[in-house]
Structure formats: structure tokens, C-alpha cells
Design a protein around this ligand. Structure first.
Ligand code: V47
Length: 367
């Protein structure tokens, strides 16, 4: 794929042979300024896994509360209960909000919030139950590993017991947030009071052991260095070897506005595409890689489809985490936008549900 004298030739040979890359390869990729070469290699790897398919879904985001006692340095979304502009929706209000943006073709609610210091475990359960009762066919992708760990403490139950109760209330899988950057040098500065990397991975393993799928994330473009991406991706890969339940990695482009890092510029296009490509190449055992258009920006998300990504997330509609940190990608893409966007990149749009069953509905006019 690359000429013999190219600095990435040895890595390219491994990619062509479908061999697993190691840390040295990862560091070589991370140090390379040859973005087109990275794209070529990552596109090769994604094509071997998925042909020319790009997945998307019809989903809605739902954030029951932005009250959170943790106060992560990287976050502009969450706040303490007395701050202005916070919200804490009751189960009935969550249903009402969900109904506001619902259309019959919605297959997923993506539900994340904060670690509310005053809510009881029962409130979280009631939110799930109320949504499931009202929207029985919609998959509830709810609660990150950080929330699951918190809920277990709140419920005074073990994590497996807590997962079982949440499942019974309607939780169908878990989103991938809260992983940030695992390396302690960075983690301590961007999420000093959040659960450790080791615990995040342990809880993910327990979710997988329970039979549920989850996603994983990597937050990039702040104070981290390229070697921290490699470390993060290899830790995820090791966890996936052990527990196998990650469906998708979502590299999250940092948005600085309103965070403790408001003076940083956020990642540029080069970094975004490089991280997407390296993610695909190193994380060989997680099937899907999401170009999350809300955080990457629409145009870069489209190019990312030729840099290793094979998924775009979905129609989203009311996204608040990125929006709170200055995100300008917009509040929703229509199905027509998404399909055209994928076709313009020379690829084939495939509607999926949360667990990647391919759906073949015709979707003219969907939001
Ligand atoms: O957990 C917080 C991150 C996550 C900022 O699983 C920030 O399918 C950028 O995890 N700039 C929430 N990122 C988003 C998320 C996600 C999104 C789409 C799909 C899926 C999935 C998961 O966003 C948080 C945190 O890691 N975050 N603050 C910020 N200022």
C-alpha cells in the first residue's frame, strides 16, 4: 500500500496482512505527519471489516438532568444543583420531552445525565420504566459506566445486581461516555474526581458479562499527547479481548468553551482525522468506529468516513453536552441529509438499530 522507503511501510505491511498492530506501531502512526497515508491504511482496514457500508440510526438524545456533583474539569454540561440553568426532569417530564421529538421511526433513546446528589436510585429506575412503558419498541441506550458505578453505590448493591435491576426497568445497552483519557497523567487533570480508568474498564467488563453491549469513547484534543491516544486505545483493546461487548468506539473531539480549559483551541482538522485513523488501526477488535458529527463537525465527519469511520451516529435532535461547550454542528441532521452525506463520500448508507441490525425501512421525510 505504501512504497518500501515510507516510514510507515512496516505498519502498512501488517495492515495489508491483517496483523494486529502493537504499541510501537501505534506510536509510529501517532508521530506521522502523513495524513493521507494514515487515511489510506485506516480506510483499508475499515473496508475489510465493512465494505462500503456506513451505518446510521434514527435516535434521540435525552438528558434527564445536568446536575452533577463531580465537577469534571473537561465538562461544561454539568453543574451543581443550585446553579442557574440546571434542569432535573421528573420521569413524566422525560416522557413528555421524548414525545416532543419522537417520530414512529425512532429506534433509540440515548440517555445520559449527571450524578445527581439528591436523586434516589428509584428516580433513575422510574425514568427507564416510564420511557419503556410509553415507547416499548424504542431501545434505551442509557447510562455510562460512571453513572452505573454511581447508581450501584446509591442502590447499595453490587454492580452486577444494579445492572440487573436497571435491565429489568428497561435499560437495553449503555453508551460509551466518561472514559475521557485513561492515562493517569491526563486523567487527573481533566477529570480529577471521576472514577479511575481501571474502574471504568472493570464496570464495562461487568456490563458485558451481564450480556449487554456498550460503547466506548476517547476524548481528544485537549492537554493529551499522541502517546496517550495509543495507551487509551490499547487499554480498550485489552478490555475488549477480555469481555468482548464493545460495539463501537466514538472518538470525541474536545470542545473547550465553558470548561476549565477554555483557553485551549480544541482539536484541528488534522488531529481529528489522525485520531479517527489511528483508532481504526489500533482498535482492531471493536467492530464499529463512529464519526460523531455533533462533535467532529459535519464536514470533518464526512471526510472521516474515508479515514476509518463506518458509522455516523444518528439524527440526534436535542444534544446538550457539546452544545453546552460551544458546539456549533447543529441540533439535528435529517435522514435525507445523512444519506446524501454518505453517498457524496462514495459510500453506502445503511440504517441500523442500536445493536447494528440492518433495517431496510424507507425513510422519506424523517427528521
Ligand atoms: O461522557 C464532556 C464527553 C461524553 C465534553 O455511546 C465532552 O453511542 C467534548 O459519550 N467536549 C458524552 N466532549 C458523549 C458521548 C457519546 C456521544 C455520542 C454517542 C455515544 C455512544 C456517546 O462527552 C461525556 C464526556 O466524555 N464530554 N464534556 C467537552 N467539553
Amino acid at each position: 500500500m505504501l512504497p518500501a522507503h515510507h516510514p510507515l511501510a512496516s505498519v502498512a505491511a501488517k495492515v495489508a496482512a491483517g496483523e494486529r498492530l502493537d504499541e510501537t506501531d501505534g506510536l509510529l502512526l501517532a508521530a506521522s505527519p502523513d495524513l493521507p497515508a494514515l487515511g489510506l491504511l485506516a480506510h483499508h482496514a475499515r473496508t475489510r471489516m465493512h465494505g462500503d457500508k456506513v451505518y446510521y440510526n434514527i435516535n434521540r438524545h435525552l438528558n434527564p438532568t445536568n446536575v452533577c456533583y463531580v465537577g469534571c474539569e473537561l465538562c461544561a454540561y454539568a453543574d451543581d444543583p443550585n446553579a442557574e440553568g440546571t434542569w432535573s426532569y421528573s420521569p413524566a417530564e422525560c416522557v413528555e420531552l421524548a414525545r416532543r421529538d419522537w417520530t414512529p421511526d425512532v429506534t433509540e433513546f440515548h440517555i445520559v445525565g449527571g450524578l445527581h446528589p439528591r436523586w434516589k436510585f428509584e428516580v433513575y429506575l422510574e425514568i427507564l420504566r416510564a420511557l419503556k412503558a410509553e415507547f416499548p419498541t424504542v431501545h434505551l441506550k442509557a447510562f455510562t459506566m460512571v453513572e452505573i458505578d454511581f447508581l450501584a453505590k446509591l442502590a447499595r448493591k453490587s454492580v452486577p445486581e444494579t445492572i440487573a435491576v436497571l435491565r429489568e426497568a428497561g435499560m437495553d445497552s449503555c453508551p460509551g461516555g466518561g472514559a475521557e483519557i485513561f492515562h493517569p497523567e491526563v486523567h487527573q487533570r481533566i477529570a480529577s474526581k471521576k472514577m479511575s480508568a481501571e474502574r471504568w474498564l472493570e464496570v464495562a467488563g461487568l456490563v458485558h458479562e451481564s450480556g449487554l453491549k456498550s460503547n466506548c469513547t476517547m476524548l481528544f484534543g485537549h492537554i493529551e499527547k499522541p502517546e496517550h491516544w495509543v495507551d487509551h486505545l490499547l487499554r480498550l483493546r485489552a478490555q475488549q479481548d477480555a469481555s468482548g461487548g464493545f460495539q463501537c468506539l466514538i472518538p470525541l473531539a474536545f470542545h473547550p468553551e465553558g470548561t476549565r480549559f477554555a483557553d485551549l483551541p480544541g482539536p484541528d482538522m488534522f488531529t481529528k482525522l489522525k485520531v479517527i485513523a489511528i483508532s481504526r488501526l489500533l482498535l482492531d477488535n471493536v467492530p464499529h468506529l463512529k464519526a460523531y458529527w455533533v462533535m467532529l463537525g459535519r464536514e470533518i465527519a464526512q471526510v472521516a468516513l474515508r479515514f476509518g469511520a463506518n458509522d455516523l451516529d444518528g439524527t440526534v435532535v436535542d444534544e446538550r453536552v457539546t452544545f453546552a461547550a460551544g458546539g456549533t454542528a447543529g441540533k439535528g441532521m435529517t435522514v435525507d441529509d445523512i444519506r446524501m452525506f454518505i453517498r457524496e463520500a462514495g459510500l453506502t448508507p445503511v440504517l441500523r438499530d442500536t445493536v447494528y441490525n440492518e433495517l431496510d425501512q424507507q425513510l422519506e421525510g424523517s427528521k
